[in-house]
Design a protein around this ligand. Structure first.
Ligand SMILES: Nc1ncnc2c1ncn2[C@@H]1O[C@H](COP(=O)(O)OP(=O)(O)OP(=O)(O)O)[C@@H](O)[C@H]1O
Length: 242
């Protein structure tokens, strides 16, 4: 467990069985930091994120966010924002509306809410694009829209599941930089599932390494990259040209 003073997310003794897959997580995720969740395919990264978001309910244990027990709460009632690989934009709604949905799913937006949407779109470089439909946007633009939607929600914890996976390398680097900037500006706690060690190097201060549905290592980034004595970590790091 890395040194920390407060935890934004706490999974206490959380157990879950899905089919034949079994999971056990007990961890505290540091407030205001970027924590990367990494590990081999099928190790439980998305499941861990789903337990925090509320898309999965633990069989045992408790989930706390910002000190509050959210174990029984539906996803919409948890203080988190989500950004996925495909960004979950509604294809029949324009960009402004898609971002506005982050504030109120019923789209009852006040003037202040609308101003907040506009300034988020400016922040991610999409000003003037408000009326465009998702299908007319590039992958990078859709990703920017997803970040804007997370910004307007103003939730303290942002969960990202492979947010850069669909992007080509140049765009990916630009989006990684944008996420780093947004994190510096907002101080949100970010939990990032990624397959790419470069994302860990560039973004994360802490790392949760999963194996077989359990936490094999929870460490600072520097300690994580020094643990090449652990074969699974050596394999993960070795996959990229660091
Ligand atoms: N609803 C379910 N029913 C049965 N098995 C499931 C269910 N959801 C996930 N699993 C299994 O649990 C394991 C972990 O899945 P999970 O998606 O969390 O892994 P992951 O680390 O995110 O994988 P990847 O890197 O491939 O996306 C996998 O073996 C998966 O098949």
């Amino acid at each position: 467990m890395p040194p920390e003073t407060r935890s934004a997310v706490e999974l206490e003794d959380v157990g879950l069985k899905l089919g034949s897959a079994e999971f056990y997580f007990d961890c505290r995720i540091a407030t205001g930091q970027i924590t990367a969740i990494v590990g081999p395919s099928g190790s439980g990264k998305s499941t861990l994120l789903n337990l925090i978001a509320g898309f999965e309910q633990p069989d045992t244990g408790r989930v706390r966010i910002e000190g509050e027990d959210v174990t029984e709460r539906l996803p919409a009632a948890r203080p988190v924002s989500l950004v996925f690989q495909d960004n979950n934009l509604f294809s029949h709604l324009d960009l402004f509306t898609n971002v506005g949905l982050g504030i109120d799913p019923a789209l009852r937006l006040t003037a202040a809410d609308r101003a907040s949407v506009s300034s988020a779109l400016v922040r991610v470089g999409l000003q003037g694009q408000e009326k465009r439909m998702p299908a007319t946007l590039s992958g990078g633009e859709r990703q920017r829209a997803a970040f804007a939607r997370a910004l307007v929600r103003k939730k303290p914890v942002v969960l990202l599941d492979e947010p850069f996976a669909a992007l080509d390398p140049g765009l990916r680097a630009a989006m990684v930089d944008l996420l780093a900037d947004l994190h510096r500006e907002t101080g949100f706690t970010i939990v990032l599932v990624t397959h790419d060690p470069q994302d860990v190097v560039r973004l994360a201060s802490d790392v949760l390494f999963l194996e077989h549905g359990r936490i094999a290592l929870h460490a600072t980034r520097d300690v994580f990259f020094s643990r090449t004595d652990l074969p699974a970590i050596a394999a993960f790091i070795g996959e990229s040209a660091l």
